[in-house]
Design a protein around this ligand. Structure first.
Ligand code: SF4
Length: 451
């Protein structure tokens, strides 16, 4: 559950803020909630109402599946935090321990990651270890199945595999599933001890140390040692050498898209929808919670890549929920080009905005849609602060005093290669992505340099 807010509000950028730690951004303070499990529909609707009352009415679901409330100030953030603390929404309050969006429900998961995650959260709450860790340190516990967290980066990943039909956990350090350094396998009953020992490796090196920094400075040896000591303490040691010759079945290194239908263990369905351009007005999210309730859902879960899952529907319920969500402007098809686009609220919602980023986005997407495919991202930012996306995008459009700056393969703070007026933007963006597609078809060395 969310802890009562202490309202200390330190101004420290880069820290994942909980209810008691708002983050200063270009459009006021931001509060981030990393929710756990299924959010009851009435609590979700109440959260949206509170965001509307105290913030600027914009809610984001992030690439990692966190909920962000924007446009607060010190006073309203305090009031919002007090209201949310009464709703009983389960949320991370210390080291983020992320598990599959459908953990405990998924018909295809190898084991229930939510149980291990709860045990790890409990163990961390009883120790001082969490206080000695960098606030951005996170752990992923992936129970297997196609709907996983393969694309989400973390300091440590414990990913379920079947070893001759028996669940085991594969330990990875740093990055997403494709980039993490492989430490080997451990039996699930020793996973808690292993996770704590891996986290201790970071804590011993200081409170601003991430796993990637340890790997860069010392290699993976400290983590191999931590795993070896956890294995040595096991009453029935798992045989990692034997396991390499065994029949392994593991989660995919790619994750199934959240948008669409997912079979749950109890025979019902989860229906995934997306937030167009990465965020939605709180009033529309309230309405989508109402549509989920009307369709018979028992709650909502957030999912990576800016998605929401309505839990516990029948195929008939889903057939009413999807059109209702579509009508409200949510993404209901995996191929929707709006999934490739991030836009902040922009003017007039945000006083710092030079352009109406969110309002312009549909027109720009309509022009560029034929060229927005896998791997392409467009970020439309009302000003140079880049609130909607801190990292690089294939193309970033930034509002300035008189024109819009266009930045290729960079962030909102990158160097522009061209400029366009608001009126020219749809054609300029479409031309950029068309040339990018052509260059990709021709091969390397033919990048789109001009619009
Ligand atoms: S215009 Fe957009 S990027 Fe600039 S401060 Fe406002 S929300 Fe942030």
């Amino acid at each position: 559950m969310t802890a009562p807010a202490n309202h200390s509000f330190p101004e420290r950028r880069g820290v994942c803020p909980g209810l008691s730690r708002p983050l200063p951004t270009g459009d006021g303070l931001l509060l981030r909630l990393i929710t756990i499990g299924t959010i009851p529909l009435d609590a979700f609707a109440a959260l949206c109402t509170a965001a509307r009352r105290h913030g600027n009415g914009i809610i984001e679901i992030t690439a990692r599946g966190s909920v962000q409330i924007r446009g607060l100030n010190a006073d309203s953030a305090s009031k919002f935090a007090d209201e949310i603390a009464t709703l009983g929404i389960a949320a991370e309050d210390g080291v983020p321990v992320l598990c599959n969006p459908l953990a405990g429900l998924d018909a295809e998961e190898i084991f229930d990651a939510s149980m291990l995650a709860a045990a790890l959260r409990g163990a961390l709450a009883r120790r001082s270890l969490a206080e000695r860790l960098d606030p951005k340190v996170s752990v992923i516990i992936d129970g297997g199945g196609p709907f996983n967290l393969a694309r989400v980066a973390a300091d440590f990943r414990l990913s379920a595999q079947l070893v001759n039909g028996t669940p085991a956990l594969h330990i990875g350090v740093g990055g997403d599933a494709g980039r993490a350094i492989d430490l080997g396998l451990i039996a699930p009953e020793y996973a808690l001890k292993t996770a704590l020992r891996l986290l201790s490796v970071l804590a011993q090196r200081g409170s601003s140390v991430r796993a990637s920094a340890v790997i860069a400075a010392e290699g993976a040896i400290p983590f191999h040692d931590a795993l070896a000591s956890a294995r040595a303490a096991s009453a029935t040691p798992f045989d990692p050498d034997g396991a390499t010759n065994l029949n392994l079945s593991s989660a995919s290194s790619q994750s199934k898209d959240a948008i669409g239908l997912h079979q749950l263990r109890d025979g019902s369905l989860a229906c995934g929808i997306g937030l167009a351009f990465g965020h939605a007005e709180a009033s529309l999210l309230e309405k989508v919670a109402g549509a989920a309730a009307a369709a018979g859902a028992r709650g909502l879960r957030t999912a990576p890549n800016r998605a929401l899952l309505a839990i516990g529907l029948t195929p008939q319920d889903a057939a009413t929920f999807f059109p209702a969500a579509d009508q409200l402007g949510f993404v209901t098809r995996a191929g929707d080009p709006r999934r490739h686009v991030l836009a902040c609220a922009g003017a007039p919602l945000c006083v710092s905005g030079y352009i109406a980023a969110r309002a312009l986005a549909p027109r720009i997407v309509a022009a560029a849609a034929p060229y927005l495919g896998d791997g392409s991202t467009l970020h439309i930012s009302g000003c140079g602060k880049g609130c909607a996306h801190a990292g690089a995008a294939s193309l970033t459009v930034v509002g300035t005093v008189d024109r819009c700056a266009l930045i290729a393969n960079g962030s909102a703070r990158g160097a522009p290669f061209a400029a366009a007026t608001v009126g020219e933007l749809p054609a300029a963006v479409a031309r950029y992505f068309r040339e990018r597609c052509s260059a990709a078809a021709i091969g390397p060395g033919h990048g789109a340099d001009h619009v």
